[in-house]
Ligand binder design. Sequence first.
Ligand code: PLP
Length: 407
Amino acid sequence: MSQEAVSNPAPSTHPSDLAPDTVVVAAGRPERGHDAPVNPPIVLSSTYVGTGQVVDGDRAYGRYSNPTWDPLEEALSALEGASLPGLIFGSGLAAVSAALSLIPVGGVLVMPKHSYQGALVMASELQERGLFTLRTVDIADTEASISAINGTNGKNDGGAEDGFPPASMLWLESPTNPMLEVADLRTLAAAATAVGAVVVTDNTFSTPLVQQPLELGSDVVLHSVTKYLAGHSDVVLGALVTSDAGLRAQLLHHRSIHGAIAGPFEAWLALRGLRTLALRVERSQSTAAALARRLQSHPQVEAVRFPGLETDPGHHRAKVQMRGFGSVLAIEVRGGAAAADAVVNAVRLWTPATSLGGVESLIERRRRHANEPETVPANLLRLSVGIENPDDLWNDLAQALTTTGTR
Ligand SMILES: *Cc1c(COP(=O)(O)O)cnc(C)c1O
């Protein structure tokens, strides 16, 4: 900062002061002053000038902090309703890795069986190395999930073990990837808290505009910033947000020592993308809802998974804990995996690609990935709805589905 006194600070972005659709625009701005930039600058420096003593809170070195991270971390914290700044990481999975490091050696992790694939793979590998026991659950089944949290279901996916101790960490993801199951976040978080477990919620699919897990009892919120928050499929980044100072200190230590840090360019791009989050989410959610309804009556579609549909098993739960229903949906195509692949090959506007949350609509048959759980139907296509014209998106899908129907 310059020597000159800044008399006109940026507006407060405390969530109680401003609505979330304002926060995405107003949070993390540089302090105001004559000729001050409107956007935070990108700071490229691997080290910082110090004094004779190391003072707590010094930037010190580029692996510990970077001024370009701060505005994004501030904005994410405000959006999730946290009392402490967020922590950004080099990817969503780097954030997953830091979060899983909170599990004590020998502890128990309860995780949805349809969690994000990379998180599941990481958890299974850590289990194989003997670090903790993994119990996977159908997270939409609240009773069974609570039994797994308490250790009273007499079952342990982790194999041989004396007794069935309660969870040390509950992992939540809702709606799940790619099945779109909805977990009762408040009830499950309360059950986990009662046994002393740390509750981590992957909020990537919903964004903080749609769902606020901290308010629903979670301790830590995780984002693949790569997806909706950055929003333009041009950056890979992750984040963790918590209001618990002890947990935040452990996560910050993990980031500093393991080194999975964000590049300044990526942090800057993500904040730039975040500015339009409210508009993008509003548009893609409404298009997703319209497409889900139209797909439901298409003869080539066996099933539509989308919590926005009144007939969806997760609908009522989603209505209680979400503002909207997100913009990822899944369809099961008549004719099996081959027919589903044919749809992917026949679309012209939709992009056949993995990932989600960008301005462009993406389509993918999930079981093409070898690691995808076998409980995911082979004919399931995951659709990430972007912000294109809704009719253009429908027409393209409809022509691709019809092609496969007449083969
Ligand atoms: C993409 C994704 C991740 C992983 O994030 P990366 O940025 O790809 O490392 C984690 N969780 C969910 C729900 C995701 O969609």
